[in-house]
Design a protein around this ligand. Sequence first.
Ligand code: NAP
Ligand code: MG
Length: 404
Amino acid sequence: MEKIRMTTPLVEMDGDEMTRIIWKMIKDELLLPFIDLKTEYYDLGLPKRDETRDQITKDAGNAIKKYGVGVKCATITPNAQRMTEYNLHEMWKSPNGTIRAILDGTVFRAPIIIDSIKPVVKNWELPITIARHAYGDLYKGTEYRVPEKGKAELVFTGENGASFRETVYDFECPGILQSIYNKDTSIESFAHSCFKYALNTKQDLWFSAKDTISKKYDMNFRNIFQRIYDECYKEEFEKLGLTYFYTLIDDAVARVIRSKGGFIWALKNYDGDVMSDMVSTAFGSLAMMTSVLCSPDGKFEYEAAHGTVTRHYYKYLQGEETSTNPMATIYAWSGALRKRGEMDGLTDLVNFGNKLEEACVETLNDGIMTKDLVNLVEGQKPTAVNTIEFIRAIRARLEKKLGA
Ligand code: NAP
Ligand code: MG
């Protein structure tokens, strides 16, 4: 079989620990035999980030801006323990945070669903995609442990004379205090990313917050979404028969549980953080959750939603057999290659992405799976395999599909 051609390089970002091992297996077994793979390689493994003083992460982010599509392996976000483990110069920031700041995007997370793993919520038939605003709020908040009796105030001093001062609380005893913020520009790009993604994937968009209680903060999110929808997307949504609506988060939760799935649920930063864990767990497993960062100017970064699976890596280093699930990482590649194919008008590459995913699902439907999924399966006795056996089982099915 002639290898599938590529024209523009994909921005490839390697990572750490178990996922780095899996990364190579995927390339060797599922990509390089079939594709004339063109990538611009960035090693975001922690040693290289440390050696380049994290410049490599910024370079990778800028490369995605230049080429339009990237695929990223999971990476370690250093903490105190990693400082000693890797003898780091500095506690480098989360690469995902750095890349997000460069691309200014929204993270979309969707579960991979298969017939034999039934969602805990029995009426869910289609995936539910969570769109999480990845800027501000609690994650950029300022907190204070109030040690004694005293007054807490919220103060704003504008450059052009606007000013605001209001008592938050007159503390009669010790307590706690927190302030959070967001920016119109960031909320606007969040909204644009969500509407674009909904059109791209032809799904309805829901947005929920708590504007009944948060009459200025959450109401601002609601108003921005509505304005951008009316001004820029309403016509196209209607043409495609798609719906956008805002609803209170309480109501959204009830509707999501009663739904059949098959829509995008946009959420503020914290709500999205929590709800994406709930949705992935209810659909089956974190190892089956895909993730794509989508910028308002149409750049895409694909990755798995899970981390570097450290516990498995330490076992692997001791020579023990591991059964780590590569599904979400494979889907990061298939998604990125398909998007690259769409952008460059390469039908074979688009088809390859689709066939690779079909081969994965068929393997699982044949009852061949990694250990994490075995206990979730209903109605058949699955065969638990290790990572490389699983990948080779996918390869056999992929070869058939490609006539290789
Ligand atoms: P994790 O790597 O997602 O793993 C947590 C646990 O979830 C694993 O121990 C494993 O459970 C299960 N799991 C996750 N992915 C799996 C897979 N593909 N196959 C089978 N089981 C899987 O999270 P973590 O242990 O909290 O974090 C490890 C490192 O990853 C940290 O250094 C963190 O900074 C980094 N991280 C990176 C990203 C990213 O790059 N996007 C995201 C999150 C975390 P069992 O141990 O029970 O088998
Ligand atoms: Mg979370």
